[in-house]
Design a protein around this ligand. Structure first.
Ligand SMILES: Cc1cc2nc3c(=O)[nH]c(=O)nc-3n(C[C@H](O)[C@H](O)[C@H](O)COP(=O)(O)OP(=O)(O)OC[C@H]3O[C@@H](n4cnc5c(N)ncnc54)[C@H](O)[C@@H]3O)c2cc1C
Length: 318
């Protein structure tokens, strides 16, 4: 029987991790994805998250020299993959759903599809700007912030559809949302970001998954700040081991996070990526042990669909 994420958290008898995977590149055989997931099943993850990737557009030069705007969707298949994983491994799945690129009507149809498929867990996000946009632009007739999508989902849970005259069945979605221990990069200050996070929870989100971080103090302080302003739901730490030297500069830029100096110094000393990955793994093992000891409800591993390191880490920690 499918379970809600909040039920998995509340009924867990021992520490567990959920794994977040990316849909494979378009044109890839689904078996490649199963090869990634098979070794993770040893750890009995109660649920697997599958990210959503919207289309981008690029300009291609045609023979006549003119530029043509071409839409590209590199990683479609989020919903299909969630269903395949449920059927093959009998674990719950959490598709990520985003505001960007969808009208409210398209979102409603997607939620109806998910409901029919028996998928009752969602991670609700705004989505990042596309590479061509400087800042996030909502689809005309779509949502601007994740809270608007949380509200739409909660309305559907009450049987309230977009067509005013339609009184439909109640869906039964359990919604998680994103939180940022080091602040979302667009937020003017941490308090403003926290207020908007609280609004998502007040609207009906039942748990929070954090952006990745490497400094546990930032997570523990964030949890305290959340509790201080009245956010009571579980806050799942998002974890990604550092695997290359280059990530020392790439991760802070992409995710707007700090890497603690003692860790950064160790990575700088590494002669190659193999050494860096080993130090990264050791850091994650210490980090996750401390998080679980400090009361984290479970762990959320950002695998980026590269799982070797996670198998070793999970063996040490779970
Ligand atoms: C666990 C996790 C998983 C993710 N998975 C995906 C994925 O699968 N696909 C994907 O495209 N992206 C994903 N992302 C990235 C995410 O879409 C981006 O971080 C995005 O920039 C913000 O999303 P959000 O849901 O936090 O947005 P929001 O909660 O809407 O917040 C965005 C910004 O707006 C501010 N804000 C919120 N509400 C208001 C308001 N009412 N008025 C003014 N300001 C407001 C917030 O403080 C914040 O600065 C993920 C992020 C996390 C942490």
């Amino acid at each position: 029987m499918p379970m809600k994420i909040i039920e998995h958290i509340n009924s867990a008898k021992k520490p567990f991790a959920s794994f977040e995977i990316l849909p494979p590149l378009k044109g890839t055989n689904i078996q490649d994805l199963y090869n990634i997931l098979d070794p993770l099943m040893e750890f009995k993850p109660p649920f697997i998250n599958v990210t959503y990737h919207r289309s981008e557009f690029i300009y291609k030069t045609r023979e006549n020299g003119l530029l043509e705007k071409v839409h590209i969707r590199k990683r479609p298949g989020t919903v299909g993959i969630c269903t395949s994983i449920m059927n093959k491994y009998h674990v719950d799945t959490v598709p990520h759903i985003i505001c960007g690129g969808f009208t409210k009507e398209e979102t409603e149809d997607a939620l109806v599809d998910l409901h029919y498929l028996g998928i009752e867990n969602l991670l609700v996000l705004r989505g990042d700007p596309t590479k061509n946009e400087g800042s996030f632009v909502a689809e005309p007739g779509g949502h601007k912030y994740a809270i608007d999508l949380v509200n739409q989902t909660m309305n559907l849970n009450k049987g309230k559809y977009l067509e005013e005259d339609l009184k439909g069945v109640n869906t039964n979605f359990c919604v998680g949302v994103a939180g940022y221990p080091e602040k979302h990069h667009e937020a003017p200050n941490p308090m403003s970001d926290l207020r908007h996070l609280k609004a998502k929870v007040d609207a009906g989100a039942e748990y929070i998954v954090t952006q990745l971080f490497y400094d546990n103090e930032k997570y523990f302080q964030f949890v305290k700040n959340c509790r201080d302003i009245g956010i009571e739901v579980p806050i799942i730490p998002g974890i990604k081991p550092l695997t290359t030297k280059k990530q020392l500069t790439v991760l802070p830029r992409i995710f707007n996070i700090d890497i603690p100096d003692s860790f950064a110094t160790e990575i700088e000393k590494c002669k190659d990526d193999k050494e860096a990955a080993k130090i990264g793994e050791e850091w994650t093992i210490q980090q996750t042990k401390e998080l679980l000891k400090g009361g984290a409800p479970c762990l959320h591993f950002y695998t980026m669909s590269k799982v070797d390191g996670f198998v070793r880490i999970a063996k040490e920690v779970l």
